[in-house]
Design a protein around this ligand. Sequence first.
Ligand SMILES: C[S@@+](CC[C@H](N)C(=O)[O-])C[C@H]1O[C@@H](n2cnc3c(N)ncnc32)[C@H](O)[C@@H]1O
Length: 187
Amino acid sequence: MHADNWAQKAKSLGYRSRAVFKLIQITEKIKQIKNPNLILDIGAAPGGWSHYLANKYPSAEIFAIDILEMEQIKGVKFIQEDLRNIEKIDQLSSLKNKFNLVISDLAPNLSGISSIDEENILELNLLTLEGAIKFLDNNGVFIVKTFQNSNLKKFRKEMEKNLKIVQTAKPAASKKQSKEIYLYGIK
Ligand SMILES: C[S@@+](CC[C@H](N)C(=O)[O-])C[C@H]1O[C@@H](n2cnc3c(N)ncnc32)[C@H](O)[C@@H]1O
């Protein structure tokens, strides 16, 4: 389906963004996601993924973090903060090793200078992975967006060092020409 059609479908189903279909298509592949009761969404605005998960798992407690503001979603506790400060977030301090699902669709602003952008993406991916390792419980699932570039192998290796069953996903709803790609793994 063309990207515009995913956008129309999202609108007609009342989803906040086309990005929801990417999450649906990735999670369909991960049998370890059963009925998560504690979920962390990193880089969550405008809230498509959190909104979808809040509807799918109404009894789950969902925390969402973004540097931008996000419109309120019933069942989602939003924290406006930079991922780099995740350790300083009071609401999360007692929740280490407790999350069943940590997801990140985080995408940094790009400068257009590939060497700078690639280092920036790697830094944020590694920080997200570090956060996921701290906050996930055993057998918790981590899904993260990254990009096909010269650092991808390095990041995947870090995922494999720290998580089990690391896999790549390029969901149909992700534009073919986009370099974005998703990795997931189990703690
Ligand atoms: C592609 S959007 C996420 C879309 C979301 N999954 C949805 O379904 O609506 C990427 C988000 O990452 C956020 N972001 C970028 N850098 C960040 C950082 N350092 N800390 C937290 N969020 C960040 C951006 O503000 C942006 O809202």
